[in-house]
Design a protein around this ligand. Sequence first.
Ligand code: ZN
Length: 145
Amino acid sequence: MASAPHRIDENTGRYLPVIYPEERPYWDALRQRKLVLPRCKSCKQAWFPLGPACPNCFEIGFDWSPMTGNGVLHNYVVYHKAWAPWLEKRVPYAVVQVELDEGPRLTTNLLDCAIDQIRIGMRVQAMYEDITNDITLLQFRPAGA
Ligand code: ZN
């Protein structure tokens, strides 16, 4: 099985996302503290990750559309083992799926929330974590935090 290409930040040892050219609008928006996702020109459904066509109606045309960044925590797991050295400072940490109010479910992290305070169905909001000088990650925190 071929493994996905990856890069590691020299300063932190942290894995960095691989940014493909077709995803550039998403990453550029995150840099500006905005969330944009593909939205179908035909049925108006938003989705992510990017694919060749709308998963709802198979239309090819889409626009990068602003999202509110608001949603609910759909499910989560808590990692207690650091699977990479840089994660030793972060365990235990939650990997969550957030269902945006616009519909898409995103796999992300929940920050600014103690592990025992995490609840399925809790309202969450987007936050933005700069991990290098030119890469910002979409993360989430409890709404109103
Ligand atoms: Zn569609």
